[in-house]
Design a protein around this ligand. Structure first.
Ligand SMILES: *Cc1c(COP(=O)(O)O)cnc(C)c1O
Length: 434
């Protein structure tokens, strides 16, 4: 079955006339895989339909938020009720308090929570808070982790510790990134070396606990434990960026999984987004009370937002968190995601294609590599041309994965075993063509 891209093509041309690259976020443009993006008309459950009314099984789910699938009836109802009460007030509402309490109940390390409108904003604010709290400037991040597009986080790895990272975007002055140090993910020796040299100047270490922006790379337990020990020893904060993993890999987020392995493990601050808005613009950051109390209006670290804690977004997020809190939700999702991954792997093995997989809850990653990578360099060894062929093979059969080999995938509660079997069946055909 080949898809008719007739209506997507002219729409993309029109879009390119008024929107840079035709898209409002770069990965949507399909630059990595080539071809024409699918313009979405509507979505329901695990599916969306493009402008040609072609149906796709959606393994992106808005890059994570749609953990219940699209248009869950109870979420729709909560949003519709909220809309009738008003769009935005610029004044506090009870629902923000209830949502913050709910987040604290599920993630005890978040003693206090501040809501914002995007993961970028949450990450940027958490960094400012860490710097304000510690009175230090330097921050450590890891190569291949994404924390939104705040200036000081748009940094590529330098050639060594002596050289500071270089900005990865035009428009970011070298001065702005001079305090950002980029280290390799899962490299304990390099981390120890960095702390030995500059540990007393470090405000925070920010990391994705499972790096979903390198597809799916877990931080090793040992690496995580060392970060926690060193940040404590040197008086730096540990920031967990759970924008992607939060409420998706487990109800208690990725930190609950690492807490099972590391006694008493907790990050100092956590950044959340995606699932907590259920598809609405909503994100948050939170952590220890004494740190959070440094935020304005209580403390000297300024942070604000006209639409922060928006009443419709909080209604959507709150209902989403309530529904995913039902017993067994994440274990069922984990089994289903595992079925998809193991099914794809079996077909790849059958066809003699190198393939490695990992997953947790409703988040997955697969690589056209014989072994799971543990760093950005290893991820980048993937054969891009082979991935693109696989990608377009699946797309033309109506299975929509992330259009780039370094992005994770998402399964929702609405995906049925039959949907997953169809995807595995399609993959069998596609692997034969590689
Ligand atoms: C998506 C994402 C962000 C950025 O969130 P936006 O809402 O797109 O600004 C930050 N960190 C991680 C880990 C993400 O996956």
């Amino acid at each position: 079955m080949t898809q008719n891209t007739d209506l997507n093509q002219p729409l993309f041309e029109r879009a390119k006339g008024v929107i840079p690259g035709g898209v409002n976020s770069p990965v949507r443009a399909f630059n990595a895989v080539g071809g024409i993006p699918r313009f979405v008309k509507r979505a329901q459950g695990p599916y969306f339909w493009d402008t040609n009314d072609q149906q796709f099984v959606d393994y992106i789910g808005s890059w994570g938020p749609m953990i219940l699938g699209h248009g869950h009836p109870e979420v729709l109802q909560a949003v519709q009720a909220a809309v009738l009460e008003g769009f935005s007030f610029g004044a506090p509402t009870e629902r923000e308090v209830v949502l913050a309490e709910k987040i604290r109940e599920l993630v005890p390390s978040m003693e206090m929570v501040r809501m914002v409108s995007s993961g970028t904003e949450a990450g940027m604010s958490a960094l400012r808070l860490a710097r304000g709290y510690t009175g230090r400037n330097k921050i450590i991040k890891f190569n291949g982790c994404y924390h939104g597009h705040a200036d000081s986080l748009l940094v590529k790895a330098g050639s060594g510790l002596a050289t500071f990272g270089a900005s990865s975007s035009a428009g970011v002055p070298a001065d702005v990134v001079k305090d950002t140090i980029v280290l390799e993910y899962n490299d304990i020796a390099q981390l120890e070396e960095a702390f030995a040299k500059i540990g007393h100047e470090v405000a925070c270490v920010i990391m994705e606990p499972i790096a979903g922006n390198m597809n799916f790379v877990r931080a090793s337990v040992e690496f995580t434990r060392r970060i926690r020990e060193l940040t404590k020893e040197y008086g730096a904060l540990m920031i967990y960026d759970e924008v992607m993993t939060g409420f998706r890999v487990a109800l208690g987020c990725a930190q609950s999984l690492y807490a099972k392995e590391i006694d008493g493990f907790e990050p100092d601050l956590t950044v959340m987004g995606k699932v907590i808005g259920g598809g609405m613009p909503m994100a948050a950051f939170g952590g220890r009370r004494e740190i959070m109390e440094k935020l304005s209006p209580l403390g000297p670290v300024y942070q604000a937002g006209t639409l922060s804690g928006n009443p419709i977004a909080t209604a959507c997020g709150l209902k989403t968190l309530e529904l995913i809190g039902q017993p067994g939700f994440h274990s069922e999702l984990h089994l289903k995601t595992g079925h998809l991954m193991q099914g794809l792997k079996a077909e790849a093995d059958e066809a003699g294609i190198p393939f490695s997989i990992d997953w947790q809850g409703g988040l997955f990653g697969f690589y056209l590599l014989p072994e799971l990578p543990s760093s950005y360099h290893a991820v980048m060894k993937t054969d891009g041309a082979l991935f693109n062929k696989f990608y377009h093979g699946m797309l033309s059969r109506g299975h929509y994965f992330a259009p780039a080999l370094y992005e994770a995938g998402f399964v929702s509660a609405a995906h049925t075993e039959a949907d997953i079997d169809r995807t595995i069946e399609a993959a069998r055909e596609v692997f034969k063509t590689l």
